[in-house]
Write a protein of this length. Structure first.
Length: 93
């Protein structure tokens, strides 16, 4: 495992940020991938925060829906991909 992988697996308070101070290029690389790579909140909270209620009362977790849609995009029909792309989801275009 590469050193940066070990750093990312560390729990808060185990030197993750101090390791990044020594290797600022690691943090720059992580920020290039995702600006919020190290949020102050739990990742599960962010993924499941947005809940949309459909007219029939069904609740849809938007983070879960988008994650599932993206991981299964090869199986989506062209019209579904177009609808997602029209919402600004670059991966669906």
């Amino acid at each position: 495992m590469q050193a940066i992988g070990r750093v990312l697996r560390q729990k808060p308070g185990q030197g993750k940020l101090s390791s990044l101070i020594v290797h600022p290029e690691w943090e720059a690389a992580l920020r290039a991938v995702d600006e919020d790579w190290n949020p102050e909140w739990p990742a599960d909270w962010q993924r499941h925060f947005a809940v949309e209620a459909l007219p029939d009362g069904t609740e849809v977790k938007l983070g879960v829906f988008l994650s599932n849609s993206k991981s299964r995009r090869a199986k989506l029909t062209a019209d579904k991909l177009q609808a997602l792309a029209s919402l600004g989801l670059d991966w669906a275009a």
